[in-house]
Design a protein around this ligand. Sequence first.
Ligand SMILES: *Cc1c(COP(=O)(O)O)cnc(C)c1O
Length: 336
Amino acid sequence: MIDLRSDTVTKPTPEMLHAMMNAEVGDDVYKEDPTVNELERRVAELFGTDEALFFPTGSMANQAAIKMHTQPGEQLICDKYAHVYNYEGGGVSFNSGVSCKLLDGDRGMITAAQVEEAINPPDFYHSPLTTLVCVENTTNKGGGACYEMSTFHEIKEVCEKHDLGYHLDGARLFNAIVAKNQDPKEYGTLFDTISICFSKGLGIPLGTVLTGKSELMKKAMRVRKVLGGGMRQVGFIAAAGIYALDHHIDRLAEDHKRAIELGNYLSQLSYVKKVEPVETNIVIFKVNDEQAVMNYCDKNDLIISNMGQGKLRLVTHLDYTQELHEQALQLFKNFS
Ligand SMILES: *Cc1c(COP(=O)(O)O)cnc(C)c1O
């Protein structure tokens, strides 16, 4: 079986399990779990941020951040592909009573000019007050695309000028950092809040860290509690996170290499109409008859995602080895 649906399908390695089994734990709702405290300290140190807090999921971390930044009735700005808008169950309106102004970006990426144009005039009381900008790096629905750092700086200027919060959904931020050889501390200076999933490319069973400025992060414990995300001896999981910080970041380059190889390979096959640019570990390609390709993959124990409208998606990850990669290439070649 080759599972290329998502980088969330990975299982802990024996070494990661060993680190988990040997974790020193305590009750994290009392902030007494030394391993969780250490993971949070490590993330804040890495990004040069004031504070960090461990959440069970990326959706909860994003939703908490949006809650911390906004008041009901306000509006946030994001791309039309944004995870916070498309894949968090309508949580923006449910949890925060906030609406989304959607921008038509490029592969999930927006520009400072688009943001500036989308801000409602604050004294025009008919429209919702714009208070937050959410960006995503890498973009999920945008096919793993990475922003240029300069774009983030330009958007930050707009946020500062108009007094808007600036949140980064960094579910796959380490993929961007590795692909573009960036400094995590630059992200720490740019954003008010950043969420980073450990359950994607880093390969831990669950968990996301939200990090940022103390003026906002001081609300994070209460909001997490409200959302039901206060966990107890969760150091067993945080230990996997610390292990991943030490061992699973640099290797993301392997996932990117295999994704780029898959993209190049697919672009030469006659049944593939188009392959979106591959920058990290996500490959989106278009075919004429998606159902035929899906059925073929299914029969051959190759699991991929159908995004609809002829678009199929592959995501490379920790458990997608070189051996499986070679088998997958062969399977794609044999389809006719
Ligand atoms: C996976 C993901 C999240 C978090 O999703 P969960 O399923 O809650 O872990 C958030 N943003 C993006 C862009 C993602 O890809």
